[in-house]
Design a binder for this molecule. Structure first.
Ligand code: SAH
Ligand code: SF4
Length: 360
C-alpha cells in the first residue's frame, strides 16, 4: 500500500488506510475535509493534523495539486486555466458565469477527463491532437479543487455549484474514473455539489449511456449529436461508425425511460451543415425523444477548415425545429476572446513552445 493519490480517495478509503497504519478514524475524516472541502494544495496547508501523523500519512498517500501554467480571463467573466499534470501533460479547465453572477447563484466548472481524445471529431482542437491518456480521479477532481482554491484567494466564500464534463476528452471512455469523481464531488463532507448539477457530455458511446442511466440516474446527459444522418455524422464524428445513430438513439430512449430526464442534444453548426434538410432530418430523428436541442455556432479551429454559419442561417435552422415542436436554444458563446473552445488554449500554448526562438 503506497503512493495512492490522496485527491482520488473517498472518505471510506481514507478511513481504511488510517486504520491500517494505526491512526484514528477521525484523522481520516479531517484529512478528507481539508482535501475535498477546503481545497488545500499541499500537506503544509493542513493545520490541525500534527506533523508526525502527516509524515506517516504521506508515506502512503501522494498529494499532487495541479500546476497552473496559464489563466486567461474573458470580458464576460469566463476564466480558462491551463494546468500541468505531474508527467508534464497539460489539460484545460474553464470556470463559467463567474463575474456575471453577483448573486452568487451559479458557478459552473467545465472539466477535462482525458489528455487528448481518441474520438477525433473533425471540428475539435482536442481531437486533432490525438489521444495521450485517461485522467485519474485525483486529476479530474483536482481541476475543481484547484479552481476553487485560486478563486477563494480573491473571494473566500466561493463555491462551485455546477460541473459539466465537457472539457478535453470523452468522459464515457474514462467511465470508472468519471463516476468516482462525481461521487467525490457530491460528498457532503467535500464540495457537496448536487448530482443533478452535474452533466456528462458524450459524443455517443451508446453502451455507456445505458450504463450511466443505471449507475447514476441523477446525473445529467448531453449528447453531441451534430448531425441527424449517418453519412454526415460519420464525417464529423468518426466514432459514429462504431455506434451509428440508430444505436445511439436507442440508448438515449433507454436513458430517458430509466431516468425520466431530458437529454440536451448539442448541435454544432458549420457553414456546411446549417442547412434546411439537416434541420428537417434532425426534427424527424428527435420526434419521439424527450430532449432539448442546443445550437452552437462552431468555433473555428485552425486546421479543421470549419467555418461558422451566419446568424440568419442559425435562426432559420432553429425555426424548422421549433415548428416541429422541438425545444431549442442557441448557446451564446462564452469566452471566445480567450479561446475557450475545447483544446484551443493547449494548442495555442504548445504552438508557442514549438515556435523557433527568433531574434530578440
Ligand atoms: N467529448 C465530449 C465532451 C467534450 S467536447 C463530447 O464530444 O461531447 C464538449 C463539446 O464541445 C461537444 O459538444 C463538442 O462537440 C463541442 N466542440 C468541440 N469542438 C468544438 C468547436 N470547435 N466548436 C463548437 N463546439 C465544439
Ligand atoms: Fe473528443 Fe469531444 Fe473533441 Fe470529439 S468533440 S474529439 S469526442 S473531445
Amino acid at each position: 500500500m503506497e503512493n495512492i493519490e490522496l485527491r482520488g480517495c473517498s472518505e471510506d478509503e481514507l478511513i481504511e488506510i488510517c486504520q491500517k497504519i494505526g491512526l484514528k478514524r477521525f484523522r481520516a475524516i479531517q484529512l478528507f475535509q481539508w482535501v475535498q472541502q477546503k481545497a488545500v494544495r499541499s500537506w503544509d496547508d493542513i493545520k490541525n493534523i500534527g506533523k508526525s501523523d502527516q509524515q506517516t500519512l504521506s508515506a502512503y498517500l501522494h498529494f499532487y495539486a495541479l500546476e497552473k501554467v496559464r489563466e486567461q480571463r474573458s470580458k464576460d467573466g469566463t476564466r480558462k486555466y491551463l494546468f500541468r499534470l505531474e508527467d508534464g501533460e497539460t489539460i484545460e479547465c474553464v470556470l463559467m458565469d463567474y463575474a456575471r453572477t453577483k448573486s452568487r447563484d451559479r458557478h459552473t466548472v467545465c472539466v477535462s477527463t482525458q489528455v487528448g481524445c481518441p474520438v477525433g471529431c473533425a471540428f475539435c482542437a482536442t481531437g486533432l491532437e490525438g489521444f495521450r491518456r485517461n485522467l485519474s480521479i485525483g486529476e479530474i477532481v483536482g481541476q475543481v479543487l484547484d479552481i476553487t482554491h485560486y478563486v477563494r484567494q480573491e473571494d473566500p466564500e466561493f463555491q462551485v455549484t455546477n460541473i459539466v464534463f465537457m472539457g478535453m476528452g470523452e468522459p464515457l471512455l474514462n467511465y470508472d474514473q468519471v463516476i468516482k469523481s462525481i461521487q467525490l464531488l457530491n460528498h457532503t463532507q467535500g464540495l457537496n455539489i448536487g448530482m443533478r448539477r452535474m452533466t456528462i457530455s458524450t459524443s455517443g458511446v451508446a453502451p455507456k449511456i445505458v450504463q450511466l442511466a443505471k449507475d447514476n440516474p441523477q446525473v445529467g446527459l448531453a449528447v453531441s449529436l451534430h448531425a441527424a444522418r449517418d453519412v454526415v455524422r460519420n464525417s464529423l464524428i468518426p466514432m459514429n461508425r462504431r455506434y451509428p445513430l440508430d444505436q445511439l438513439m436507442e440508448a438515449c430512449q433507454v436513458y430517458t425511460q430509466i431516468t425520466h430526464r431530458r437529454i440536451t442534444f448539442e448541435v454544432a453548426l458549420t457553414a456546411e451543415n446549417a442547412r434546411r434538410e439537416e434541420a428537417e432530418a434532425l426534427a424527424r430523428l428527435l420526434k419521439r425523444q424527450l430532449g432539448h436541442v442546443n445550437l452552437i455556432p462552431v468555433n473555428p479551429v485552425v486546421g479543421t477548415g470549419m467555418e461558422r454559419p451566419d446568424l440568419e442561417k442559425i435562426k432559420r435552422f432553429a425555426k424548422v425545429l421549433e415548428e416541429a415542436g422541438i425545444s431549442v436554444s442557441s448557446r451564446e458563446e462564452r469566452g471566445t476572446d480567450i479561446e475557450a473552445a475545447c483544446g484551443q488554449l493547449r494548442r495555442q500554448w504548445e504552438g508557442e513552445l514549438n515556435e523557433p526562438i527568433g531574434p530578440i
